[in-house]
Design a protein around this ligand. Sequence first.
Ligand code: 5AD
Ligand code: FES
Length: 346
Amino acid sequence: MYKELIDKLERQEKLSFEEYLALIKHRNEVRDYASERAFAVRQRYYGNAVYIRGLIELSSYCKNDCYYCGLRASNKNAQRYRLNAEQILSCAKSGYALGFRTFVLQGGEDAYYTDELLCGVIQKLKERYPDCAVTLSLGERSTESYRKLREAGADRYLLRHETANEAHYNRLHPQNMSYANRLRCIGDLKALGYQLGVGFMVGSPFQTDEDLARELLFLKDINPQMVGIGPFVSHKDTPFKDYENGSAELTVFLLSLIRLTLPRVLLPATTALGTVDPLGREKGILAGANVLMPNLSPTDVRKKYLLYDNKICTGDEAAQCIECLKGRIAKTGCEIVTDKGDYYGL
Ligand code: 5AD
Ligand code: FES
C-alpha cells in the first residue's frame, strides 16, 4: 500500500495531502523502499556525483530574533564577527584551489553588507572564477537589492521558508517578521531568474505530521532548484532551548520524499543532519541527497557562527573537511566531484 505511493511518486504523479500524510505516519514501514527508490532517481539524473559547495559564513551579526537561532539579535552570549570583502575573496581563493566551483555567501541579516559591497564581491568572484557559481544566502532583502545582486552576477539564492504554515511561522518568529514577506522574497528571487533554494527545519517546535505533508505539497508547487532541510537542533541561549532536537531518521526519510517529488532537485545532506547523527550525512546521500556544504570560513571565526549547539566541523580546516568527506562519501558508492553542479537541464 505505502510502496505504491512511493511508486506513484517515482512515476511523477502528484500525491494528495492525505497520501503524503499516510507516508509520513507510516514512515517506519516504507523508509527503506523510499530510500532505495530515491537513490535510484538521483542516479538517473546525476549519476554518482556529489556536489560540494564552499560555504563562506560572512557574518554572525543578525538583526532578526528568530526563536530557534543562536545568532538571534538578543543573544548577548553570541560572539559576533564579520568578514570584509578582502577576507571573503581570500576564502574563495583557497576554496578554488581545493576544488570548489560554487561559493555560498551566507550570513545573518547584517546591514554592513550593502548592495554596493556585495555587488563588488560578486563581480570580482565571477571575473576571477568564471567557471564558478555564486550562491547567496543572506536572508530577506528588498526586491531592488535582489535585482542588483542578480545583475552583478549572483546565480543562486538560498532562502528557507522555515515552514509552509503561516500560523506555525508566527510561533517560530517574532511579530516583526512575516510569512508574507518571506513569500514575497521567494517570489522575487524566482522572477529574477535565480536558481532558487527553499527549505525548512525538521522537528522544529510545534511542527506536526500534517505540517510536514503540507511542506511536500508546498515544494511541489514552488518547484525550486534546491531544497535545504535539516533537523532543528536546540541552542542553549534561545527561547527554544528546552525543545527536543529533530530526528535524523525523519530528516532522512523526508530527503527521500523530496527527491521523489522533485527528481532533479539539488539536495544537501546538511551539517545539522551530521550534528544529530554522526553518520547523518552519509545516510542522507544514500537516501537521495546529492550536495554537501563544507565550511570555507577561516578557522578563527568558525566557532562564532553557531546557529545551534554542538555544531560539527567547527575546528577543522576546509582541506581536512574535504578529506574527511571524500572518505565518508566513498563508502556510499558515490563520489565528490569538482563541478559547478548546476540544476540538471540548465
Ligand atoms: N537548528 C537547526 N537549523 C537552524 N537554523 C537556524 N537555527 C537553527 C537551529 N537551531 C537554520 C534555519 C535557517 C538556516 C540559516 O539555519 O532554517 O534558515
Ligand atoms: Fe534568524 Fe538566525 S536569527 S536565522
